[in-house]
Design a protein around this ligand. Structure first.
Ligand SMILES: [Zn+2]
Length: 577
């Protein structure tokens, strides 16, 4: 029978638990100070070591040490060779009972368990019950379990493992000590895989059952990146690659084995969307079809890519140097190499377009689940994000209203100068003379003669353009300013009204006013000092009766747009045109 690397390299001691230091430390201390709880909840994603940790705890409690060095009491460093350690590791100990609640979730199973609990441990100091996927228990089974936890018998420890702790009744949780298992970082998983390869290669050939493993470090990282934080999945993938590949294992082998999308494709389609190249987006889908791509997998991978851009755009403010940039990469589970590729794209794509793209793809996923044609749904989503004028969702309307308010329809930087196919649509939608969706509006805002008097109206019209300049130098300031409005211009001093206290406080950080002033100068050809003020008074929309005055007003654009949707056409005519 083929060996399983996962079983073989399952952690056997607290020290071998990777990425769960907080759990290992607390449990070790509890064992050393005789402070082990009667019941634990181990919560966390699959494959993060919950059951392995439960078994290590059981060994720590029951280990009697090797003959030459017997131990009289529980030990934080179980020996691994005594009869208890061996039996627990093999899953044959009579004192460690593992139960899968997914298949044994009835009240009879728990009653049966309670009856058995009445008996003292067979051989060890403690009896340990490990209930996996405990959230699957029926209500009556939970009640039976609760009775047991209310009067815990001596020398019995419960470990309740779950991937969905919110489904466990509070009455149970409150009687347990809870540990949350984290998804390990990509580098932790890659390190563990490298360790396994090293240990495998150190074995004699006949024991290993195959040639030496030759795998590139980048391939290990690729496996780690796609394991979604699960050791089990990562080691399983390594196992599969070792079995089926001959010669050196490269990153491309990993992508093939997992059926995941090459990162280059994800960067490419995101660029296409940012630059609003609808026809190329459709050609891109044709290429996917030619390659026999699984659209559902592609959607998942693209969503993961966009999530990383989204996180970067909103975390970037904390990363001003290399060290904090690496810390940031860990937050979003990225290695440095991918991070340095993602950052320019995150800086180039307006934050709200990333959000919109994510929403469109999410919608496509739902439609595909409902049985609609995957390719068509992907094509629809891509056309909607590259041609917002075809999209009548609230988010798209909000985007259009925002542009109208700003009096400009600036396309993102790098957009082609002409989009002939879009023109007829814009002409139908925007009444003649309106400042609409075409490029003319942008051109006029950008090309206004510098010597013209700078009025608040001009700043307002060019606001979208100014924000894009801001975004080019600081995504974080851009994020704070997205919902802001230029509200007054007096003697070369521009007042910018911020919609939230949070954004206001952050915007007032050193350097931001200068950055905005620079963007204004670049967009309008004239310098202006900028000052950030809190929003006072009522929002632009009808205020809800009663609660209008107390809290700071934040305009809910989505609700506003929904309200205005019926009469939207009438509102497309900006006041100042
Ligand atoms: Zn032992």
């Amino acid at each position: 029978m083929k060996r399983s690397l996962y079983r073989e390299y399952r952690p056997q001691t607290f020290a071998e638990l990777v990425g769960q230091d907080h759990v290992a430390r607390t449990l070790r201390n509890a064992v050393e100070t005789d402070a082990v709880a009667h019941a634990y909840v181990f919560a966390g994603p699959r494959g993060t070591g919950k059951t392995s940790t439960a078994r290590i705890l059981a060994k720590a409690l029951d280990c009697v040490g090797p003959d030459e060095a017997p131990v009289e009491r529980p030990t934080a460093t179980p020996c691994g060779v005594c009869r208890h350690c061996v039996a627990i590791a093999a899953g044959t100990s009579l004192d460690v009972i593992e139960m899968d609640a997914a298949s044994h979730n009835g009240v009879d199973d728990i009653r049966d368990l309670r009856d058995k609990i009445a008996f003292a441990p067979v051989d060890g100091r403690f009896k340990v019950y490990i209930v996996d996927e405990v959230h699957m228990l029926s209500n009556s089974a939970f009640n039976a379990l609760l009775k047991t936890l209310e009067e815990p018998p001596a020398n019995v420890i419960f470990v309740l493992a779950t991937t969905e702790p919110h489904k466990i009744p509070e009455t149970i949780i409150s009687r347990c000590q809870r540990f949350d298992f984290r998804r390990p970082h990509v580098r932790d998983i890659a390190w563990l895989l490298a360790t396994i390869v090293e240990r495998e290669n150190a074995r004699p050939d006949d024991e290993r059952g195959g040639p030496r493993i030759d795998i590139q470090e980048a391939a290990l990282e690729e496996i780690a990146r796609h394991s979604q934080g699960g050791f089990r999945d990562a080691i399983g993938t390594l196992d599969k690659l070792i079995t089926y590949s001959d010669g050196v294992i490269k990153p491309s082998d990993v992508l093939d084995a997992l059926g995941v999308t090459d990162a280059d494709l994800l960067f490419e389609i995101t660029d296409i969307v940012t630059e609003r190249r609808a026809a190329e987006a459709l050609q891109f889908v044709q290429r996917l079809a030619n390659d026999g791509t699984d659209y559902s997998q592609f959607l998942r991978d693209l969503l993961r890519h966009l999530r990383q851009l989204f996180l970067l755009q909103h975390l970037e403010e904390s990363a001003r140097d290399d060290v904090s940039l690496r810390a940031l990469g860990q937050t979003v589970e990225l290695d440095d190499q991918l991070l340095s590729r993602l950052l320019p794209q995150a800086n180039n794509m307006p934050a709200r377009e990333v959000v919109h793209f994510i929403e469109m793809l999410g919608e496509a996923q739902r439609e595909i689940r409902d049985g609609l044609d995957p390719r068509l749904q992907l094509e629809l989503a891509l056309v909607k994000v590259t041609r917002p004028q075809l999209d009548h969702s609230a988010a798209a309307l909000e985007e259009r209203l925002r542009r109208l308010e700003a009096g400009t329809a600036a396309p993102p930087a790098g957009a082609p100068a002409a989009r002939p196919a879009a023109a007829p649509v814009a002409a139908v939608e925007a009444p003649a003379g309106a400042v609409g969706f075409g490029e003319a509006a942008t051109a006029s805002a950008a090309a206004e003669p510098p010597e013209a008097e700078l009025t608040l109206e001009r700043v307002k019209r060019a606001w979208e353009l100014i924000l894009q300049r801001v975004q080019a130098s600081s995504v974080s300031l851009y994020a704070m300013l997205r919902d802001s409005r230029p509200s007054a211009l007096d003697d070369g001093r521009l007042t910018v009204t911020m919609q939230s206290d949070f954004a206001l406080t952050r915007a007032r950080d050193a350097g931001n006013a200068e950055l905005l002033a620079g963007a204004i100068a670049a967009a309008l050809g004239q310098p202006l000092q900028a000052e950030f003020v809190p929003a006072t008074g009522a929002p632009a929309g009808p205020a809800p009766a009663g609660e209008a005055s107390a809290a700071p007003q934040i305009i809910d654009f989505t609700a506003l747009i929904k309200q205005a949707k019926g009469t939207f056409d009438a509102e497309e005519m900006p006041d100042d045109s």
